[in-house]
Design a protein around this ligand. Structure first.
Ligand code: SAM
Ligand code: SF4
Ligand code: SF4
Length: 344
């Protein structure tokens, strides 16, 4: 085997190393969250990818290995809803054999966690993030486009904790006028459990949610609100480039994270590449175009060729959409990629 250590880690045009890979394994979803896959657009006649268009597990494994040669040591499996992908645990098992991959995480809406937590743990999944925007049953169902049942997700989280996943993250997107009442409610509900509650600023990702800045509840507002009731102790970041600002609720195990993608962008430390379910490589959540890696794989290109291609795409990378959101340099003319397709 050739020694590839000279390749890793590669840095982009702004000096950012390639460290994380997010893989969307499934463009379909069993929810229709109002800000992500509104039912009006994602109706029963919507053309999702055909299964042969999605990267196979073998192809995902091969590409991930090439990314790991270039410096990636963390992989996040996402979607759409990743647990809709049949036998997902097998992929996790395969990825966990990759020598340089130190951490495999999953982002899920939690519906299928009760069924799959045990095998995911056994196959080597390290961490789970569950997206949950409300603990009010009716509001939850409304926010998931009429599809979600809160109890099922809560049972899923309990199951994940019970099979040994530590500090499951609960990601809540707070949209003003929709679920801003949930900041206090969710902390009250989960306080004392071994979870991390992360509030994520609602973003202008994709082209379908008619995002307005005044609908984003800034992290500073959330901190102010929580501080009315609880003493918040700031915690250090776990590692350089961690997106969340961390706090501990005093006298409690519960940690709060704030992800301020809109009010305090963190593009300067963004080390994430994203692979869509059909194998397109994107350098940014707000990108318009991706490089078709699947066609390279399926036309028989060698590992060296594909690895060089990935490296040159990363080296050219200048993306910093969130930092430029309000500047004249920001290009708002192009359609952006959708979140359900590229993965969160
Ligand atoms: N279906 C899985 C889930 O919901 O966890 C994985 C994919 S989902 C696209 C990943 C994350 O993106 C979720 O936490 C979701 O809340 C977040 N998301 C989607 N649209 C968003 C938006 N406009 N602003 C902020 N976060 C968003
Ligand atoms: Fe599905 Fe996740 Fe998007 Fe909700 S946020 S529609 S669960 S992909
Ligand atoms: Fe990374 Fe793009 Fe988000 Fe900036 S806007 S943090 S470059 S994904």
């Amino acid at each position: 085997m050739s020694n590839l250590s000279h390749l890793s880690p590669i840095r982009d045009n702004l000096g950012r190393p390639l460290k994380d890979l997010r893989v969307s394994v499934m463009d379909r979803c069993n929810f229709r969250c109002i800000y992500c896959m509104p039912e009006k657009k994602f109706h029963s006649g919507f053309n999702f990818l055909k299964s042969t268009e999605r990267l196979s597990f073998q192809e995902i494994f091969r590409v991930t290995k090439l990314f790991s040669d270039l410096g990636v040591n963390k992989v996040r499996i996402t979607g759409g809803e990743p647990l809709l992908r049949v036998n997902l645990s097998e992929l996790i098992g395969d990825l966990s054999t990759l020598e340089k991959i130190e951490d495999i995480a999953l982002t899920t809406n939690g519906v299928l966690l009760k069924k799959y937590s045990e095998e995911l743990k056994a196959c080597g999944l390290n961490r789970i993030t569950v997206s949950l925007d409300s603990i009010d049953p009716e509001q939850f169902t409304a926010m998931t486009g009429g599809r979600g049942n809160l109890d099922t997700v809560i049972e899923g989280i309990s199951k994940a904790l019970s099979v040994g996943f530590k500090k499951v993250k609960i990601n809540a997107v707070i949209k003003r006028g929709t679920n801003d009442d949930q900041v206090m409610e969710m902390v009250d509900y989960f306080k004392g459990q071994s979870v991390i509650i992360r509030f994520i600023e609602y973003m202008d990702v994709g082209n379908l949610n008619q995002w307005q800045l005044n609908e984003t509840v800034g992290s500073h507002e959330i901190i102010a609100k929580l501080s009315e009731q609880w003493a918040l102790k700031p915690l250090d970041r776990n590692y350089e480039g961690e997106t969340a600002e961390r706090f501990q609720i005093a006298d409690s195990e519960t940690e709060i994270g704030l992800i301020s993608s809109v009010t305090k962008p963190f593009c300067g430390s963004c080390t994430r590449a994203r692979l869509s379910s059909d194998g397109k490589l994107y350098n940014c959540l707000f990108a318009s175009e991706g490089r078709d890696i699947r066609s390279l794989i399926r036309s028989g290109k060698s590992d060296d060729f594909i690895r060089n291609e990935i490296a040159s795409i990363w080296k050219d990378r200048k993306d910093r959409y969130s930092e430029l959101r309000y500047s004249e340099k920001s290009d708002k003319t192009n359609e952006k990629v959708e979140m359900y397709y590229i993965g969160g």
